[in-house]
Design a protein around this ligand. Sequence first.
Ligand code: DHB
Ligand code: MG
Length: 222
Amino acid sequence: MADPTPENWRAADDYLAETLVGHDPALEAALTAQQAAGLPAIEVAPVSGKLLHLLVRISGARRILEIGTLGGYSTIWMAKAVGYGGRVVTIEAEPANAAVAQASIEAAGVSGSVEIRIGRAEDVLPALAAEDPFDLVFIDADKESNTLYLDWAARLGHPGTVVVLDNIGRSGDIVDADSPDSMVRGTRAALEMLGRDPRFEATALQTVGIKGWDGVAIAVVA
Ligand code: DHB
Ligand code: MG
């Protein structure tokens, strides 16, 4: 048996991505553009991008909300799944990131399905209440605000809305109730909200792979 080291997690993840995800020029170009622009390489792993894509298709989601666009990698994965007439509304606080994402979304040929809203999510989210509800919400932004984002996911969703929350493992630090790390604290608060708040039915899976030891929570709005 291989040793459970980060190198071996990466090798196994690369094998899975090679075997099941393959290569999409537009998605790979989005990562190249993101790197060239100096954005951090904290996008979802290819296997996770494909998971988002499959969740959109499995749930039949037509309107998707993403909180945290970064360079648009996960945005493009989901836009490729919504199909004709579907919509991905994605919120990005950093205008420079949004510009990189917009170019990659256009190059991927999915700009007709994607709207980037630039601004801090806490400022942008209230305006979305006037629009049609969302069928799937992907939260992948500042971890400190995760409970606020979950609250908006419930308010902007409907019974059956799928909610996906990224980065819930944090290398196992989530068990530390006294962690001084604000991202761990924000993640723990979100997990406890998902467990306690009657608006959600949730679970979470730890992951190892090219992003180390982390995980994803998946919920449905009750
Ligand atoms: C961080 C944020 C992410 O969304 C991610 O996928 C990985 C790391 C971070 O801020 O540390
Ligand atoms: Mg993330």
